[in-house]
Design a protein around this ligand. Structure first.
Ligand SMILES: [Cu+2]
Length: 306
């Protein structure tokens, strides 16, 4: 059973296994396929054209499938590995353990934004970028330095987006004034998903964002927010039900896989669980045992209680 955990609660061994699986996929070339996949769709997804991965209702199912594929690839290296999620409403500082040298490494240096520590520093010899938008072969980050994203989204901001009842609305792109999806993606309202990309900076703020392993942890959390929204709005449905010229409906196949529809992806439990799925009735103040049986730290385990 795949259980995706909050990255803040991973053991040292779990972090090591996740990092090792990433480095193996990098070495054997599989990793670049995912960067290319994302970049290709990022460039072709347009407000006035066909759009699948971004700026459209299928933003959430498309990334869910991408993450499932990536998680499977990690598991070919080590079947115990699952994608951790980064709850940036909680771990919201460049000093968070997420950015320590034993996990993702930290922010980039002033000179050129190059990440200098951790397993994904260019100097480690294990993380040379191949799918690039500039000449630089090194991973860059500028945590919290973007004037457009000085702070990560807050819990209150996320709550305001989770409160939106309707999944999506016409014209099904980045200009929708209402709708959960466009607010979560970040084109309207407090800017949730997009802002986290900008806050990390470097490649994360571009179409080749999966070059930074932070991409997976960020999107695993965005994916989790979708599941939380579903739980809060049991009568809301994926929209549009039918496809339009440019947008995928509920039963339309999603490229590039073409063997999966939003309907197939609507329930994450067919594919994996979140650590928080196991205590759906826990109260907010409850600091009891987490899904892994360890003593609670009161974090992360209560969001689905609403
Ligand atoms: Cu993203």
């Amino acid at each position: 059973m795949n259980i995706r955990k909050n990255q803040a609660r991973l053991s040292r061994a779990e972090k090591r296994r996740f990092v090792n699986a990433l480095l193996t996929l990098k070495r054997n070339g599989t990793y670049e396929e995912f960067v290319t996949l994302h970049s290709t769709f990022f460039l072709s997804d347009q407000d006035a054209g066909s759009r699948v991965g971004h700026r459209s209702p299928s933003f959430l199912p498309w990334h869910r499938r991408m993450l499932i594929e990536f998680e499977k690839a990690l598991q070919t290296v080590d079947r115990r590995v699952t994608l951790p999620y980064w709850d940036w409403t909680q771990d919201r500082s460049p000093a968070s353990s997420l950015w320590a040298p034993d996990f993702l490494g930290g922010t980039g240096r002033d000179l050129d934004g190059q990440v200098m520590d951790g397993p994904f520093a260019y100097g480690s010899g294990n993380w040379e970028l191949k799918v690039k938008i500039d000449e630089n072969p090194f991973l860059r980050r500028q945590l919290g330095l973007s004037p457009r994203a000085p702070e990560l989204p807050t819990k209150a901001e996320v709550e305001s987006v989770l409160a939106i009842d309707e999944y999506d609305t016409e014209p099904w792109n980045s200009t929708c004034a209402t709708g959960f999806r466009n607010h979560l993606e970040g084109w309207r309202g407090p800017n949730v998903h997009n802002r986290v990309h900008l806050w990390v900076g470097g490649q994360m703020a571009t179409g080749v964002s999966p070059n930074d392993p932070a991409f997976w942890l960020h999107h695993a959390f965005v994916d989790k927010l979708w599941a939380q929204w579903q739980r809060r709005h049991p009568r809301s449905r994926y929209l549009p039900a039918e496809s339009t010229d440019q947008v995928r409906g509920f039963r339309a196949t999603l490229p590039p896989w073409n063997d999966v529809t939003p309907a197939d992806l609507i329930d994450h439990r067919r594919h994996y669980f979140f650590d928080t799925d196991f205590f759906p009735f826990r109260g907010r103040e409850d600091g009891a045992a987490n899904a892994d049986g360890r003593g609670g730290d009161g974090r992360g385990g209560d969001e689905d209680a609403a």
